[in-house]
Design a protein around this ligand. Structure first.
Ligand code: PRP
Ligand code: MG
Length: 210
């Protein structure tokens, strides 16, 4: 039996369940259960919080996970990616208030940046030799400049509508991301074999979607 983590709620949840379904793996779940089993494949689903998934993989509490590449870049650079899944595409970007003139990344020197992606921002700015003051918040990041908490933000940009609604403009794209199938370093040989079957099915599904 392979244990797979997927996002409990949020943008990846539905598409993650859909790809399993398209792979012919049916999940029998009551809505509020945090765990569910497949009726036709040796697989168990755990519904978890995005940010916790890298640690669960590392600990071997789950064997594989469907997760945003951006989360692995932030919290799990050591974790193996078996497949890119082609959905939940997004960017992780820096944004500033719309009416602020922007001349380049050096403008962030000494500025306060609100973000849920401190490692990603830190690495990006360090490479450009820029020092900023990071404020770590876990959600609703785009509100920070409007309430005087920060001069800029770094967060996920998908449609761009959250930036727009908060009078912000994207000025630096730090990375591009999509959902991936990630693998625990502690996966057993047996589960590795089951994973191979899943990968084989996923590859066919992705090919057909093209
Ligand atoms: C996510 C992300 C951005 C927004 C990007 O927030 O943190 O704020 O979506 O999507 P968009 O470009 O299509 O607007 P979410 O709605 O998940 O809420 P949260 O930040 O409070 O968790
Ligand atoms: Mg948000």
């Amino acid at each position: 039996m392979i244990r797979i983590a997927i996002q409990k709620s949020g943008r990846l949840n539905e598409d993650s369940l859909q790809i399993l379904k398209d792979c012919g793996i049916s999940i029998d779940n009551g809505k509020d259960q945090l765990k569910a089993a497949s009726g036709n494949f040796p697989l168990e689903v755990f519904y978890l919080r995005n940010g916790d998934i890298p640690q669960y993989l590392r600990d071997g509490v789950v064997d594989v996970a469907i997760i945003g590449e951006n989360v692995l870049i932030e919290k799990g650079e050591d974790i193996e990616i078996a497949e890119k899944l082609g959905f939940s595409k997004c960017k992780v970007s820096l944004a500033v208030p719309k009416d602020v003139a922007y001349n380049g990344v050096q403008d962030f020197e000494g500025k306060r940046i609100a973000t849920s992606y401190p490692n990603t921002v830190q690495n990006y700015l360090k490479e450009k030799d820029v020092n900023a003051d990071l404020h770590i918040i876990t959600g609703s990041v785009e509100i920070a400049p409007n309430i005087g908490l920060a001069d800029a933000i770094c967060d996920i940009v998908s449609s761009g509508s959250t930036l727009f609604k908060n009078n912000l403009k994207e000025v630096e794209v730090m990375l591009k991301s999509e959902a991936v199938l990630a693998v625990s370093p502690k996966i057993s040989k047996e589960c590795r074999e089951i994973l191979k079957q899943i990968q084989f099915r996923i590859q066919s599904v992705l090919q057909a979607r093209h």
